[in-house]
Design a protein around this ligand. Structure first.
Ligand SMILES: [Zn+2]
Length: 253
């Protein structure tokens, strides 16, 4: 039954062990031959093998590790630069330590959540990754092709909170992030806006560097503070007022 649930086409499951809330799946690849990644020729000549450890989806609060016997093949094309190569499967990326289906969950999570929250959730899903790994996975994602946004959101983005900040650009009509800029610098935003100058409305934080970049490239765009930053403005104004009125309040005037 478990074998059927694990099912990965092309894999042969040789054995399953269970130990300390973890499933260990011993598997190998069914195909007798493999294709050289350099010259594309097929080989059946096995040189050696090793075990590749791959984290897979958890099952009923048990983590799952696939121990994949991976063969190394000799390339039969004498003119090829690669003499020996490891067999690959469509279920995992080259050099990855996770199956593609486990990676796909982390890919989604890394885009939807911050590094810290993503890391917390990954632990709950028994696919634990650190905060910095969540950010790294997010940065590797191919963002959808950008279509000229009409309503653009511009805000800070913490690569590492308190240390390293960039700028996130959001298509406010679809609520999807469309770009991550490496810095909060005016020049970076300006460069990006020049490619998409037909923005009509920009919701942004209070940073004056963003404001001047928008004024320069999209002078007709309406700039508005979003609800969060509007509340921050209000809070700052009230703070300033009460501080200035403090003496009067104390003396009962
Ligand atoms: Zn080759």
């Amino acid at each position: 039954m478990i074998k059927r649930l694990i099912f990965l086409p092309g894999f042969r499951i040789d054995n399953i062990e269970h130990n300390n809330s973890s499933f260990y799946v011993f598997a190998s690849i069914k195909s007798k031959r493999s294709q050289c990644p350099v010259c594309g020729s097929f080989s059946t000549s096995v040189h050696d093998s090793y075990t590749r450890k791959l984290a897979d989806l958890s099952a009923f609060q048990n983590s799952t590790t696939i121990l994949l016997r991976t063969r190394k093949f000799k390339c039969k094309d004498s003119s090829c630069d690669r003499k020996v190569f490891s067999e690959q499967t469509p279920h995992t990326m080259r050099y990855s330590r996770r199956t593609a289906r486990a990676s796909s969950i982390l890919d989604t999570l890394s885009i939807e959540l911050t590094g810290k929250l993503g890391s917390l959730l990954s632990k709950q899903l028994l696919l634990p990754v650190s905060t910095s790994t969540v950010t790294r996975i997010a940065m590797k994602q191919k963002l959808p092709e950008v279509i000229q946004p009409i309503v653009l959101g511009v805000d800070d983005w913490a690569f590492r909170k308190g240390v390293n900040y960039g700028t996130i650009l959001i298509d406010m009509e679809t609520s999807r992030p469309i770009e991550l800029l490496a810095s909060r610098e005016r020049s970076d935003l300006k460069r990006w806006l020049k490619k998409y100058p037909n923005v009509k409305i920009v919701t942004r934080d209070r940073a004056s560097s963003y404001s001047s970049a928008i004024n320069e490239v999209c002078p007709d765009a309406i700039q508005v503070a979003d609800r969060f930053h509007l509340l921050m403005n209000l809070s700052d104004a009230l703070d300033k007022y009460f501080k200035s009125a403090q003496a009067g309040i104390r003396s009962g005037c």
